[in-house]
Design a protein around this ligand. Sequence first.
Ligand code: GLV
Length: 311
Amino acid sequence: MKIVVHTDDAAQWQAALSDALPHANVMTSDAPADERKNADYLAVWKAPSHLLSEQTQLKGIINLGAGVDYLLNTPGLPRNVPIVKLRDAGMGDSMADYALYGVLHFYRSMDRYAQQQHDAAWQPHRLVEKSQWPVGVLGLGAIGGFVASALQQAGFPVLGWSRSPKQISGIRCFHGDDGLSDLLGQVQSLITILPDTNATKHIINAQRLAQLPKGASIINPGRGSLIDEQALLNALGSPDQPGHLRGALLDVFHEEPLPANNPLWQHPNVIVTPHMAAPTPLNAAIDQVIAYLQAFEAGEQVTTVDPDAGY
Ligand code: GLV
């Protein structure tokens, strides 16, 4: 079986896959074009178009990340080749850390203390109980569900939302458009972990932002397309004219890297991070990749990505 790997740490993936599958011919996408041809499988993250279009006998594509938006939008993606993606695979843990950091940032008033330090102002803020700080998680897939449970275990009441009904122990689950309004009206911090699909584009728009309680905060480690950035900026206001929202921790943007002239970089109530919330951890993900390859080879049923749904 021939496998071509394309990702940031492709050499490590090649070594790990070769170790686990001694009979496989595993190469990185740096291999000469005639060696790469006729691969059975691609294991890729942000693959260039030519790597997808040059293949003629692929049996499967393994997306080495959770979101498949980039892959599905890459010209040259062969039709009718099954695509599988990583589900959690260690990313849930990093996402939960990122989300918890964001929630604690606002819950423990770290945004205010940072500003006060700047002004040498010594002024403690009243600490409310965690039970008074409900957190909303939009997206209850493998990663969103993990994050919701982690925040609940950290002591926060968690309200979760998904398009279709789901049940997760300890989480108040909402679904559908009405469920989203219901949830938004009740949360102090909102975390967005939905996939980037036609149905989720700007799901958080001006109207939805206005449904959040005044002073709510947003944490987006999901996809930039989920939030209308202009509406977010309007809702954040400015130091002279504070808006409806208190602040935001953002890892993903409409355009990445975030252009230097984007006002989010300079906004005093926004923390910008460079799409680093949950890189794919090789050690935690490799078993899942091997299981996919073995299932494909054995002709077993695997849960594939639905390109129309976008996840
Ligand atoms: C990262 O953005 C991922 O989708 O895995």
